[in-house]
Ligand binder design. Sequence first.
Ligand SMILES: NC(=O)c1ccc[n+]([C@@H]2O[C@H](COP(=O)([O-])OP(=O)(O)OC[C@H]3O[C@@H](n4cnc5c(N)ncnc54)[C@H](OP(=O)(O)O)[C@@H]3O)[C@@H](O)[C@H]2O)c1
Length: 323
Amino acid sequence: MKAIRYHHIGGPEVLRLEDVPEPELGPGEVRLQVHAAGVNFADTERRRGLYDTKVPLPRILGSEAAGVVRAVGPGVDEALLGRRVVTLTTSCYAEFVKAPASGLVALPDNVSFEVAAAVPVQGLTAYHLLNTVARVQQGQSVLVHAAAGGVGVLAVQLAKALGARVFGTVSSEAKARLVRELGADEVIRYDREDVVAEVHRRTGGGGVDLVLDAVGASTWGASLRVLAPFGHLVSYGSASGPPPAVDVEALYEKSLKVSAYWLHTPHPPGSHHRALESLIRDVADGRLRILIGLKLPLAEATEAHRRLEGRETVGKVVLTVAG
Ligand SMILES: NC(=O)c1ccc[n+]([C@@H]2O[C@H](COP(=O)([O-])OP(=O)(O)OC[C@H]3O[C@@H](n4cnc5c(N)ncnc54)[C@H](OP(=O)(O)O)[C@@H]3O)[C@@H](O)[C@H]2O)c1
């Protein structure tokens, strides 16, 4: 089968389309014919050697895929054959991928493979940040950095649906328009506006209850300063570089809370599956809009990475695989 692999750490050009064996199935696993694979910012960090570096090279990237079940391993119900599904798994920039049958979520007819492939990583991250980590309540205020990005556009919509007042930061006017269209109440151009001053101005000096920050180094100081008393800053990534060490002394004045979230921390059993089912249902019923900002064939993974890390994309980047 064809797959995108890299043999050494480097720029987007290290990604190569190669012939590799199809994955062998173990008990409880299925083989999917991949129709669409999601691209995530973390994939670019893996390729640059900044994250998740223990996996040996050569490596196939990709943590989510949507496709059709073509083979089942020992102990798996053959009724799954031919089903359209989506899942979190590994090595998805490929024509075929293996995945545990227990993690598959069936796709309603009105949800395309491309739309489905946009949901697992970024959807689950946005979902757990708001519901599991911060337990956002109606009437709270939530600031989402990089609000036009993959996680960002979903966090904005989910936070709105929970009844929050949503602030989004973005780096261009086109991104600002999009985030407003998705329901954000306040959009701040952090390329040219002072985020701290803007949040204080727009909250009457009060600040926000929650900040979701995956930008890291360049936003960290402002993220702490915009928090209201008893506010919560959740770090879940570092697109601009790692944030500084937490100074606990500095948290006392406003009784602040700083925490972190990682999708791959062991979650309560079934929690990812239930959340992914709920997200796919929301997509099918039109409650959650999936925005595919860039769609390219598998062979053009290099270009997908270049545009994603160059801050050129909005919403999701998807690689399409089979016809
Ligand atoms: N903790 C977890 O489990 C988890 C899961 C998924 C994703 N993440 C993290 O969440 C973040 C968003 O992921 P995503 O896949 O949805 O990506 P994305 O938001 O679509 O892309 C990254 C965005 O970050 C912003 N950015 C700010 N400074 C940047 C810089 N120096 N270089 C590049 N981008 C910069 C850009 O938006 P602007 O131009 O508008 O600033 C860019 O579009 C990433 O940091 C990722 O690692 C974490």
